[in-house]
Design a protein around this ligand. Structure first.
Ligand code: ABN
Ligand code: CU
Length: 712
């Protein structure tokens, strides 16, 4: 594990608050984490503490903009903490004002359990390996006692199990055997499931199915160089790897075109702050676009606020497999250190991420956030057919990518926040890693709920659903939202209004209340949603400055009404929810749509999105609003997804509409331009692509460079 116990030794607990980082939305520094933990140790002196979370509590939105735009004083620098006090149930949480060291709030919360940390996950394997009842079950499954070192488990929160509720801090251990330590254990699942009490460090129960199945002794399916060699190696190609792996390297001879001051980014008219926290991972804040000298606010904050991966097997205890990975484990907590030239190619700038460990010591994931540019293909092009396309303009673009990868036990989620020069904001998700698997017997009828992807390996059907949280600030305060459907004219063919029957239009419905906004994706009308400023009207179109959410990977949640899944993910009931924004507990609020403490929430009562929706009557027009958007995929596994999944890609975008008065990238230098006058005068025009700037482009096959570069 490359989690570095970095700065801890350099830090003193002098009792003095550390210096503030340069930007109010910067992550807590290691020094601040250490300082907060020392305040907590003082407060709870004599007690044994398990530090779960120490993170930035972002300042109230209005105070942030008073500072940023009205020369106000710096907004408060706040830390939010969650700790577990040994011997007590539940958790202690609160907010500390770092500069003064004052506790602004502190409370004991019972009936809730905190997020699981990487430390918790790692501890579980030792607990189950040493439990006599687990050893007995392993023997029954065909793994001898001497082989317990090869027993592994993926520790998942229990979700919610009414036998215990939230009275203990529980994990379910999804069990596997490895034939050796390089084995991919997902080829060898076991059929039983121990329940582990994390606070007591012991197994409290084992769920055992009625039908017992012996562990598979098939050779594991794997993806290591050794297994590729064994599978595909030949005399002439011993490694077994394809021999056509000619390198593709990206050249950026002048480096990058973005500029970073700390975590604040300027790139191609965009300006924004890159934050990161234990839960959402990357957070993009205070995003503006410089429109020829006029700085236009776009979004206050963009992040992934929750996700759920509900599995579709009806058999107990698989209903418990519905990981809310962001709220139960954290896209930040589970983030990977990234490596140059592998995770991203080109000229890279990295940012680190800081957390607390269970002792209150700061830990750092190095290179947690990758920032780089890539070629973005054509931005625009036009050729005139009249002179056989000699009159041409072709402008290539580039894109800025801010990415992270987090590992949710078996799966890798690769998140790419992408900006295009025309003001488009995209999110691309690449899903890879390994299927969650369960054992089946040879010839067992597993029904329609899963797929046999390898002998004795059943991969259950499941969904990956995310909640994208958008806090718009388009042209300032007072934003609205709407739904747009492409519709035929309501008038029949032959009527005065639609004589020829061909008329169609974009039917826009502005949401007045939260209830109006609870809407679902509809592919037949190309449904999209707009966030807009009703006071900022485009002088040509007469329409309000908007960002349009274009998102087509929007499967409905398949778990039915009354299911645990549906109750615990109230946000996943709809593709869109829009609510009024509110600050909370001294800082920025309304962040987590499955509630603050997701682990072991029964799904009952008013929390998160269910509370925010209320009776649906809150007004959301021309005010401070937050949009939540559910998107993702439904995954029916296939053998091609095993033993490791080729990345599955899905994406969405936010497009500027009626914000600019013309194509906003006219000022990006063309890569090739030849006007009609140039053609008539026999001039080459401007060619700043293959001949001048890009000295590496050339033809693939045997032609001379004059063939490649001659233009009519
Ligand atoms: N997918 C459940 C999960 C996520 C992170 C860590 C452990 C388990
Ligand atoms: Cu999947």
């Amino acid at each position: 594990m490359e989690r570095l116990q970095q700065v801890a030794t350099q830090l003193t607990s002098s009792g003095k608050a550390p210096e503030r980082p340069i930007h109010p939305l910067d992550q807590l520094s290691p020094q601040e984490i250490k300082y907060v933990s020392s305040l907590l140790k003082d407060k709870f002196s004599g007690k044994k503490l398990n530090f779960n979370t120490i993170t930035l509590r972002e300042p109230p939105k209005n105070l942030y903009y008073k500072w940023k735009e009205s020369k106000g004083s710096l907004p408060p620098r706040l830390a939010y903490f969650v700790i577990i006090v040994e011997g007590s149930n539940g958790l202690e949480e609160g907010v500390i004002d770092i500069p003064s060291g004052k506790f602004l709030s502190i409370k004991h919360t019972e009936g809730a359990q905190p997020i699981l940390t990487p430390g918790d996950l790692q501890a579980t394997e030792e607990i189950i390996r040493n439990d006599p009842n687990v050893i007995e079950q392993c023997i029954l499954s065909g793994v001898p006692k001497e082989d317990m070192k090869n027993i592994y488990c993926d520790a998942w929160t229990i979700g919610y199990d009414e036998r215990w509720g939230a009275s203990m801090r529980l994990q379910q251990a999804l069990m596997y055997w490895r034939s050796d330590e390089d084995d991919s254990h997902y080829s060898h699942p076991l059929d039983f499931c121990p329940i582990v009490d994390m606070n007591a460090g012991k197994v409290v129960f084992i769920d055992i199915p009625n039908r017992r199945r012996k562990v598979s002794k098939h050779k594991h399916a794997n993806f290591t160089p050794k297994s590729v060699q064994e599978k595909f190696g030949t005399k002439s190609n011993p490694s077994g790897y394809r021999q056509d792996d000619t390198p593709i390297n990206v050249e950026q001879p002048k480096g990058v075109s973005f500029n970073m001051e700390g975590s604040s980014m300027t790139w191609s008219n965009f300006n924004f702050h890159i934050g990161f926290n234990y839960r959402e991972g990357i957070v993009l804040s205070d995003m503006t676009y410089d429109d020829h000298g006029k700085v236009r606010p776009l979004f206050h904050r963009i992040s992934l606020s929750e996700m759920i991966v509900p599995y579709g097997s009806p058999d107990f205890p698989h209903q418990r497999k519905h990981a809310l990975d962001i709220g139960e484990y954290g896209a930040g907590n589970c983030t990977n250190p990234l490596s140059l030239g592998c995770d991203c190619k080109g000229v890279i700038h990295y940012l680190n991420a800081h957390f607390t460990d269970k002792n209150g010591e700061p830990t750092t994931i190095k290179n947690a956030i990758c920032i780089h540019e890539e070629d973005d293909g054509l931005l625009f092009k036009h050729s005139d057919f009249r002179d056989d396309f000699q009159t041409t303009i072709a402008t290539r673009g580039k894109k800025l990518i801010i990415s992270q990868i987090f590992t949710a036990a078996n799966y890798e989620y690769c998140l790419y926040w992408i900006l295009r020069q025309d003001g488009t904001i995209k999110l691309e998700v690449r899903l890879t890693g390994i299927l969650n698997t369960y054992i089946c017997d040879e010839n067992e009828d597993i029904g329609p709920w899963g797929t046999v992807v390898y002998p004795k390996v059943n991969a259950h059907n499941h969904q990956h659903l995310f909640s994208l949280r958008l806090h718009p600030r388009i042209d300032g305060e007072g934003n609205s939202s709407a739904m747009a459907d492409a519709k035929p004219s309501p008038y029949p063919t032959g009527s005065a209004e639609n004589m020829y029957g061909n008329a169609f239009f974009s039917d826009k419905k502005v949401f007045k209340t939260v209830g109006d906004s609870l809407t679902n994706y509809e592919s037949s009308t190309m449904r999209s949603w707009d966030l807009f400023n009703p006071k900022s009207i485009n002088k040509y179109s007469g329409k309000p400055a908007s960002y349009k959410l274009v998102s087509t990977f929007c499967p409905p949640l398949l778990a039915q009404k009354g299911s645990l899944v549906r109750k615990r993910a109230p946000w996943a009931e709809n593709t869109i929810e829009v609510i009024p924004y509110q600050d909370e507990d001294h800082g920025y609020g309304r962040l987590y749509p499955s509630g603050d403490h997701v682990a072991q929430w029964s799904g009952d009562g008013l929390r998160g999105m269910r509370k925010w929706i209320g009776d649906g009557s809150d007004k959301i027009e021309n005010t401070d609003i937050v949009m939540f958007h559910t998107f993702g995929i439904t995954h029916f596994p296939a053998p091609e997804d095993f033993p490791v999944m080729p990345t599955e890609i899905f994406e969405l975008m936010l497009r500027p509409r009626h914000i600019f008065t013309e194509n906003p990238v006219l000022d990006v230098k063309p890569s090739f331009v030849r006007t009609t006058k140039d053609v008539k005068a026999g001039k080459q025009g401007i060619d700043s692509c293959s001949l001048n700037v890009d000295t590496t482009s050339r033809l693939a096959f045997n032609k001379t460079s004059s063939d490649c570069c001659s233009k009519k």
